[in-house]
Design a protein around this ligand. Structure first.
Ligand SMILES: Nc1ncnc2c1ncn2[C@@H]1O[C@H](COP(=O)(O)OP(=O)(O)OP(=O)(O)O)[C@@H](O)[C@H]1O
Length: 319
C-alpha cells in the first residue's frame, strides 16, 4: 500500500497556484521530495498533515483520508518543520518530553522516549542545556527528535539540511538514512538539493511550479552510462595510449581513464591492455549518472512537465 497517494491535488492561493493537479503515489521507504524554492513542497506537507484543506483533489497518508482523518494522520506521522520554532529558554529534554506528552504519552514513557530519541540524534550530552545556546545543527537535531519521539510510522522532514555546513549536512543525511534502515520508519524528506537526496533516498519525487515532473526510483535516475571508469596504479597514460592505438575512444579524467563502451570487446581490450603492460588494475566499472546530470538535459516534455530549467534545482555539494 502506498504511504502517500494524491489525486488531482490543487492548492490555489490568491496570487499563486502552489499545487497544480498533483497525482502521485509513494511507497514505503526513504523518499525525497525535490523542487526549487516555491515549488510547493511545504504546502504539500501541510495538506498531507491535514492542516491545510486543498482547493481541490484528494489524498491519503498511511491509508487515512486527509479531509476526514487529519488527527489520526498526525498521531502516526512525525513532522520536522522547515523553520526554527524552538523555545530558547527550555532544554532539549524539557521540550522533547513536552512534545511527547502532547502526543499522548504518559509522563514516564515520555521521559524515556525523549532520552532515547535525543541519544539517537546525537544530542545526549547537551540535552539539559537551554536550546537558546545551541548551534544550527543542534537545533535541527532537536526538531528531528521531537518528530520521532512518539514513534511514528512516517516522518515528514522539511528541508532538514537547511543552514548546515557540509559536515553537519553529512551527519544529518546519515541520520535520515538510519531512520529508514535501522528504525524502519518511512521518511518523506524535502530538499532543493538534488545531490543530497540521491545519497539517502530510494525514490525521488520532483515538483516544479506545483506540478509533478517525475516520480522514480533513484536507480532509474542513475542508470548506468555508456562509459567505463578505469583506474590503474601508475601507468594511466601508458594504458591510455595503448587503448587509443587499439581504436578505443579514451580520455584522461583526474587519476582515471574514461573509456567509451563499444560492446563487450571494450572490457576485453582494457583487461588485455592492463595485463600486457604489467599494470595493476585498481578498478574498472561502468559509470552511473548522478541525478543532477539528468536535469542538465531536460527530458522531452511529458504530460504536464515542461522540463526543468537550469538553475531551478541546485546541485548538491560535491561528493
Ligand atoms: N499561506 C500562503 N498564502 C499565499 N501564498 C502562499 C502561502 N503558502 C505558500 N504560498 C506560496 O505558494 C508557493 C509554494 O510555496 P511552498 O512554501 O509550498 O514552496 P516550497 O517548495 O516549500 O519552497 P520553500 O522551500 O522556499 O519553502 C510559493 O509561491 C509561496 O509563496
Amino acid at each position: 500500500m502506498p504511504i502517500i497517494a494524491t489525486q488531482g491535488l490543487t492548492m490555489r492561493f490568491p496570487r499563486v497556484t502552489a499545487l497544480d493537479d498533483l497525482s502521485v503515489a509513494v511507497e514505503p521507504g526513504v523518499v525525497g521530495l525535490v523542487g526549487a524554492n516555491g515549488a510547493g513542497k511545504s504546502t504539500l506537507i501541510k495538506i498531507l498533515l491535514g492542516l491545510l484543506p486543498p482547493t481541490s483533489g484528494t489524498a491519503t497518508v498511511l491509508g487515512l483520508d486527509i479531509a476526514r482523518e487529519g488527527l489520526r494522520i498526525r498521531e502516526s506521522v512525525g513532522f520536522m518543520p522547515e523553520y526554527d520554532c524552538l523555545p530558547p529558554d527550555v532544554s532539549a529534554t524539557e521540550f522533547v518530553v513536552h512534545m511527547a506528552r502532547m502526543c499522548g504519552l504518559p509522563p514516564t514513557a515520555a521521559r524515556e522516549r525523549a532520552a532515547d530519541t535525543l541519544r539517537h540524534v546525537g544530542l545526549y550530552e547537551e540535552r539539559y542545556r537551554p536550546i537558546g545556546g545551541y548551534s544550527t545543527g543542534m537545533r535541527q537535531r532537536v526538531k528531528l527528535a521531537q518528530a520521532l519521539v512518539h514513534d511514528p510510522k512516517l516522518v515528514f522532514l522539511d528541508e532538514p539540511t537547511n543552514g548546515l555546513d557540509p559536515a553537519g549536512r553529512d551527519e544529518m543525511l546519515d541520520l535520515i538514512r538510519r531512520i529508514g534502515t535501522e528504525f524502519g520508519i518511512s521518511v518523506l524528506v524535502t530538499s532543493h538539493l538534488l545531490g543530497e537526496l540521491e545519497r539517502v533516498c530510494e525514490h525521488v519525487v520532483i515538483v516544479d511550479g506545483g506540478k509533478l515532473l517525475r516520480s522514480q526510483a533513484v536507480e532509474a535516475y542513475t542508470a548506468e552510462s555508456g562509459v567505463l571508469t578505469v583506474e590503474v596504479d601508475d601507468g594511466r597514460d601508458t594504458l591510455g595510449r595503448h587503448l587509443y592505438d587499439q581504436g578505443v575512444a579514451v580520455r584522461p579524467e583526474g587519476r582515471f581513464l574514461v573509456v567509451d563502451i563499444a560492446g563487450e570487446q571494450t572490457y576485453d581490450l582494457v583487461r588485455d591492455g592492463v595485463a600486457e603492460l604489467g599494470l595493476r588494475l585498481i578498478r574498472m566499472e561502468q559509470r552511473r549518472h548522478h541525478i543532477e546530470e539528468v536535469f542538465q538535459t531536460p527530458p522531452a516534455p511529458t504530460a504536464a512537465a515542461g522540463g526543468v530549467q537550469s538553475g531551478d534545482v541546485q546541485e548538491g555539494a560535491p561528493r
